[in-house]
Ligand binder design. Structure first.
Ligand SMILES: [Zn+2]
Length: 275
């Protein structure tokens, strides 16, 4: 009896904890599903960030802006100023050369950049503009050293197109400014940039360099941006008009040569050099 009693009580004791021990897996399942979804989310975000940062721009090689010629004279590929980093264009960074010497025009700066050797500080930018010409020193899809912000992600060096305006004695600064307005507007169109993407060197500079110095000291930055925006709108309107006229010609029942002959005067009144 004693033994039976022992067994009986033992069975009762066992039966109670066994029910208690039955695990409720639900919270673990919910946690596992949550962790899997979290991992997928992190992977998706990381992939998007990676894709975003690894975009590169297809560069354009302009020959003219209006009637101002653009000369392509790329720096040597082994120049210390060419890190060779391909990138996406996010900014246009405006500078002034601060070189007031007579003759310090766009051609002189092209020669300066091309002459930099391995022992020199890495310096580079994409365009130099003076009062009658523009020099193109680097493909637009390459990072350069002009914005004093190393190669910070989404910075002026890594993601900007650097434009230097000449301030040389004997040069016409107002004409240089207008040429820079036109080049900036054209590049904005080519790379689908907004006016907020046009910035000063000072905006990026880690040591607050006042550049473009004359433009900023004369408090003309807002005027510059206004003029760029107006030039961009005018260029967009001109492109729209050109497309409309091309369509009109295509839709016309007249043969092309006859249509051109009849609309010769219109074309001349809209005449703008091809670029
Ligand atoms: Zn600068």
């Amino acid at each position: 009896m004693k033994l039976l009693g022992f067994y009986a009580s033992d069975k009762r004791q066992e039966s109670v904890p066994r029910r208690r021990r039955r695990r409720n897996w639900r919270p673990f399942l919910v946690l596992a599903v949550f962790l899997i979804l979290l991992a997928i989310l992190i992977w998706a975000v990381a992939s998007i960030v990676h894709w975003w940062n690894s975009r590169v721009t297809e560069p354009v090689e302009l020959e003219y802006v209006g009637d101002i010629p653009i000369y392509e004279e790329y720096m040597p590929e082994d120049s210390p100023g060419r890190p060779g980093e391909k990138r996406f264009v996010e900014w246009i960074v405006i500078h002034e050369t601060d070189n007031f010497n007579p003759g310090a025009d766009a051609a002189a700066h092209a020669a300066f950049l091309s002459g930099l050797g391995a022992e020199d500080d890495p310096r580079s930018w994409h365009y130099t503009v003076d009062d009658h010409q523009i020099y193109h020193h680097l493909p637009d899809d390459e990072a350069a050293y002009h914005a004093s912000d190393k190669l910070n992600p989404h910075g002026g060096n890594l993601n900007g197109i650097g434009i230097e305006m000449c301030v040389n004695e004997g040069g016409d600064y107002e004409k240089t400014l207008e040429n820079t307005v036109q080049l900036t507007a054209k590049l904005m169109m080519e790379y689908d940039l907004k006016i907020r993407d046009v910035q000063t060197h000072q905006h990026f500079s880690s040591w607050d360099k006042v550049c473009p110095a004359k433009l900023l000291e004369d408090d003309r930055w807002d005027e510059f941006l206004d003029r760029v925006e107006k030039a961009r709108e005018a260029a967009i309107e001109a492109e729209r008009e050109a497309r409309r006229r091309a369509q009109e010609r295509e839709d016309s029942i007249l043969p092309g040569f006859l249509y051109d002959l009849l609309h010769k005067e219109d074309d001349e009144s809209h005449g703008e050099p091809e670029n």
